[in-house]
Write a protein that binds this ligand. Sequence first.
Ligand code: GUN
Ligand code: ZN
Length: 643
Amino acid sequence: MFEILKRDGLARIGRFTTRAGEIETPALLPVVNPKINTVPPRELQEEFGFKALITNSYIIKNTPELKERALSEGLHKMLDFDGTIMTDSGTFQSHMYGEVEVTNKEMVDFQRDIGSDIGTVLDIFTEPWWSKERTAKSIEVTLERMQEACSLKGDMMINGVVQGSVYHDLREDCARRMAEMDIDVHPVGGVVPLMEQYRYSELVDVVLSSKKGLDPSRPVHLFGAGHPMVLALAALMGCDLFDSASYAKFARDDRMMFIDGTFRLQDMQSLDCNCPACRGHTLETLKKMGKGERTKLIARHNLYQITSELALVKRYIREGRLWELAEMRCRAHPALLDALRRLREHTDFMERFEPVSREGAMFYTGPESRARPQFLRYAERVMDRYVPTFDKAVLFPDAGKPYSRVYADRFAMARSKGYVPVVMSPFGPVPAELDEIYPIAQSLFPSISDAETDRESEDLTMDFLTRMGFTEVISSDDLPEVEAADGPDPDLIRAEAVARYQFGIPAADALFRGKIELVKSRKTGKIRNVISDGEHVLSMRAGDGLYTLRAEGAARILAAVPAPWMRVVVDEDAAPFVAEGRNVFSRFVRGMDPELRPMEEAIVVAPDGRFLATGRALLTAKEASAFPKGIAVKVRSGSGDDA
Ligand code: GUN
Ligand code: ZN
């Protein structure tokens, strides 16, 4: 059972429950080699707080003494660990040393019989250098073995490893076919060579193409990813579980993990580490130590690096800023920077999971930030949903925000002369009336711009001007200095433009019908409520400049815009509860507009289409249909009547 507690795009803080307890994700499972006890499992649990570990059932099965003990006393007792134990199947040994002499059935039976909580299919490791044909053939074998594993697993959970080498379509297809099976966790496999060779941009393609095919309600494990430097990026792509053998392997060769890389003790100039393992030590004391003692110290140091980075990743997810942490981390190495740049190829997929607004301001830290879904979302919506008030436009440079305050007089002048004021922002063209919506106002850019963003801003603006069909476009320098005469009410232009941007043009037409009154804040003068023909249809939020939809507004959209636009359909059984104002749980969702994004205003309806409530979507349509538990729509107010 896996539940999302907090999300940030594809990243999630989740609660994963196994029969041995609960694990908060993202979580890392330290690899315990049953033959080498570098850090004892009890210490992993008690000192480091690991709730789960991973060990290798193939090694156990091939070591007579361990095999005997595991079968007679069980894995938990043998390892002295009462948390969740995941086992791997021997696939990695076949990658390292060639064929393994076991069958899938033997391995799954064995894992189940020794009491593994999560076993693994004997998948075929698809190497990055394999041909597409060879890869495709081996995936068929893995899928057959997966079917068999599902039938043998009993009450053990099972890992369905997504393979496919570097072929995106094969990855996605493998993932999609596994999504149909009774699988509990999905490791993305075959990626260790990519990480060892610093081929991080390919790792991005592989992970995201696997994610596209998978069932979003199952946790995703990135097999072999345990270096702290990749955790933020991997979590950003929606990986929930990780494992690390390196903490111990590296320690045995005197290599210390840090957030910016791995360093050999002999190459280090000083030991600048304040972790509990290193505290009180210097490079010299470390070097003088006996080998065994030092290995243990470095292993513990490595584990502290991992746990502190994981804690940070979780904090950034909670704050809705994980992208910013990933940007910082990916600047530690050129190969990771490639990964960050490659994300841009996947922005359209990531956009589906991007909330319509976030609490804090978005930070732009360089051209790579343009991969963030906010850029794509804004550009698409302004192109498709903006309707100009006039047929002429005047272009302003970005000279500080909010634009309508910085340029208050000039905007008024432009409008009185029949021009739409448009600011060339890093997001592209921003018509004056959209300057307060997320992320336009809620973003920070350096004041010294870069060529890439300047060029893209210009390209987007040119596109926009063409699309809007303006008959004349001038620069703000050419705007004549005149007294602003009376023009149309700028607040009314803003009110309507934001509604179109947020709900689409047909819905906005329904909301702005007849006589419009705007209620404004006495303190700030900002729009608070929109009253149309005497009905309060919308309220504007001060934080993100976007609307919350009122029941009267929702009813108008239902009448004017065909399904499934903005709708979440719930079971008839749940209708009375939702109408009373209770939240919509995913198990009651019958259907949902696939265009709804997290935190977007949603209209909850009964199967016959009648209005039940307004609220904000927390899940996407695909997630709502996949998750057995959790809130799909946070309901603001119900219709009050259920009949
Ligand atoms: N450990 C690291 N990579 C893999 C993989 O692709 N499959 C399995 N089963 N274990 C792994
Ligand atoms: Zn340390």
